[in-house]
Design a protein around this ligand. Structure first.
Ligand code: AMP
Ligand code: ZN
Length: 113
């Protein structure tokens, strides 16, 4: 599982990335097409396709958010930031390995386009 997944390849070091955080189970790296001055993706190293694949009661999203908050503090996003999980085609998901977007460094308009 995850043999051809670009984020699994990043986890294995087969595709380069600009890592900003790493621990045993999670990794954070900068987005290759940044949508804001700071745009970081936080991923589980384990291949999980989408937010719907997280088993009931599993704290995955909370653990991802915790890492994102850590990175936001590390990068000094004192004026705020946005955390986003896209799901499925209409949600704008393009990489089917669960990831949390951390966006900051500018005012993030709401609602999004
Ligand atoms: P999503 O559209 O929510 O699935 O987000 C996928 C994100 O992954 C997009 O913002 C892409 O720019 C980003 N992305 C795709 N490939 C890479 C890569 N090799 N390194 C860093 N970011 C990537
Ligand atoms: Zn994967």
């Amino acid at each position: 599982m995850g043999d051809h997944c670009v984020f699994c390849k990043i986890t294995r070091g087969e595709v380069p990335s600009n890592k900003v955080y790493e621990d045993e189970k999670f990794l954070a790296f900068t987005d290759i097409h940044p949508a804001a001055p700071t745009h970081v993706l936080v991923i589980p190293k384990e291949h999980v396709e989408t937010v719907e694949d997280i088993p009931s009661g599993n704290p995955m999203v909370s653990l991802l958010a915790e890492r994102a908050v850590r990175v936001a503090k590390q990068l000094n996003l004192r004026e705020g930031y946005r955390l986003v999980i896209n799901h499925g085609d209409n949600g704008g998901q393009t990489v089917y390995h669960l990831h949390l977007h951390l966006l900051g460094g500018r005012f993030m308009a709401w609602p999004p386009g």
